[in-house]
Design a protein around this ligand. Structure first.
Ligand code: ARG
Length: 459
């Protein structure tokens, strides 16, 4: 097979070389972007009188037919034609001959691949945003059911202070809001048309880049042709956004794994989102959560891969940049699998409220509130801290907790104590007393949930 670029060559490429440098095995998934981009380019060439209008029309029409045939499974791509761009051109020429040979006027594969990859990334960002939105809706709805579900909040994975499950879930809500925002930001910088940059130094034809941008839904056109063909910042950015998103999912998964353990028993995962053991009949494993946690690693890996591929590249296009795609695609595919599984997993889990509440009882999660109660009686905080520390030690030695001490036991350590301390240190009161912005009280979490609803309605 004669290569589209074969003119200056006297020998054909080694067949293993063909296999080695071909990208059709992975870039064929951009066929729709490649065709749509070529249609806009051809229409512009016709409009500008760079090629005859009738030729442009025939090219556009034939590309439409090729698209239909691909979607009907009637087209097979050829590794020898290297990539999606040359496969498409080869098919076009096979159908309309010389007219098809005019499509590539004023264009290079370098600006073409940059265009296709941007278009593909834009489409995927939009889909991922929708999945993140669904997750946030689920999370907010779940929080709404649990504004009174008291559980221990942890630091160092040690019981620290009581919070509610709503408060805990709303913390993740904030992370996902930032993730969504980052995706919007990356979309904005991806939404810049590189076509018209040519191989690296533009072209001598009077292209109308604004027309192409408008046809393809780009908000801006790239300002410098060398940057236009060699910029892959948008790939790094989207994989970085996805890495962060996976980090958040992974942290949440880690908690789900802990919470579903027999040691915690805070939740039970639905059978549809758990698996059994091939040997231990009693096992119910949180495999989905573990897999999401595990897949986070490969997304991070793609981020490092992408950064490393780009770090030493001189301007402008280098074939190294063909390595951008597999990592990009895999990061996107991975996130698109993880998000819906995660959303359904949390939507179907059973929350064991009693166990969560019970866990706040041990571990002195109300010790800070006991100290704060003393402060309200006029004891300086540092002294109050020390008094309660002694009481905690006393409780540990006597295998009891602050709620169950008698007033005499309290007063033996400080005469300041009176009956009203018991109310102040009930876990419900500990939560409700934190009625400040960002706090776990029912009023504050309800307010946050309402604000989130308004936020989601506006996305
Ligand atoms: N398949 C190539 C890539 O993904 C397309 C651009 C090739 N350009 C070139 N001059 N070799 O980057």
């Amino acid at each position: 097979m004669q290569k589209l670029w074969g003119g200056r060559f006297t020998k054909s490429t080694d067949s293993f070389t063909d296999h080695f440098h071909s990208s059709i095995g992975f870039d064929s998934r951009m066929y729709r972007e490649d065709i749509t981009g070529s249609m806009a380019h051809a229409a512009m060439l016709g409009k500008q009188g760079i090629i005859p209008q009738a030729d442009a029309d025939l090219i556009v029409k034939t590309l439409g037919e090729i698209l239909e045939d691909i979607e009907a499974g009637k087209v097979t791509f050829d590794e020898k034609a290297e990539d999606i761009h040359m496969n498409m051109e080869t098919i076009l020429i096979s159908r309309i001959g010389d007219v098809g040979k005019k499509l590539h006027t004023g264009r290079s594969r370098n600006d073409q691949v940059a265009l296709d990859t941007r278009m593909y990334t834009k489409k995927e960002i939009t889909e991922i945003k929708a999945l993140v939105k669904e997750l946030m809706e689920e999370l907010n709805a779940l929080a709404e059911q649990h504004t009174q579900t008291i559980m221990p909040g942890y630091t160092h994975l040690q019981r620290a202070q009581p919070v509610t499950l709503a408060h805990h879930l709303l913390a993740y809500m904030e992370m996902f809001k930032r993730d969504y925002d980052r995706l919007c930001d990356t979309y904005r910088r991806t939404n810049v048309l590189p076509l018209g940059s040519g191989a690296l130094a533009t072209t001598t034809y009077p292209l109308d880049r604004y027309f192409v941008a408008e046809q393809l839904g780009f908000d801006a056109i790239s300002a410098n042709s060398m940057d236009g063909v060699s910029d892959r910042d948008f790939c790094v950015e989207i994989i970085s956004d996805l890495s962060m998103l996976m980090m958040h999912l992974s942290r949440f998964c880690e908690e789900i794994i802990l919470w579903s353990s027999h040691e915690f028993r805070f939740i039970e995962l639905d059978d549809a989102y758990s698996t059994g053991s091939s040997i231990m009949p009693q096992k119910k494993n949180p495999d989905m959560a573990e897999l999401i946690r595990g897949k986070t690693g490969r997304v991070y890996g793609h981020l490092m891969g992408m950064l490393t591929t780009m770090k030493g590249l001189p301007l402008a296009y280098n074939k190294d940049m063909q390595e951008d795609k597999e990592g990009l695609f895999d990061a996107i595919d991975t996130v698109k699998m993880c998000l819906p599984v995660f959303t359904k997993m949390i939507a179907t889990m059973t929350v064991r409220k009693e166990n969560m509440l019970q866990a706040t009882k041990g571990g002195f999660t109300n010790a800070t509130d006991a100290a704060d109660w003393l402060v309200k009686q006029g004891v300086p905080f540092r002294d109050a801290h020390s008094i309660i520390g002694h009481l905690v030690l006393y409780c540990i030695e006597h295998n009891t907790n602050l709620d169950d001490l008698s007033l005499e036991e309290y007063q033996a350590i400080s005469p300041v104590f009176n009956e009203s301390v018991y109310d102040a240190i009930s876990v419900k009161q500990c939560v409700e007393a934190r009625n400040v912005i960002g706090g776990p009280s029912e009023a504050m979490t309800t307010k946050a949930i309402e604000e989130n609803k308004a936020y989601l309605a506006n996305l």
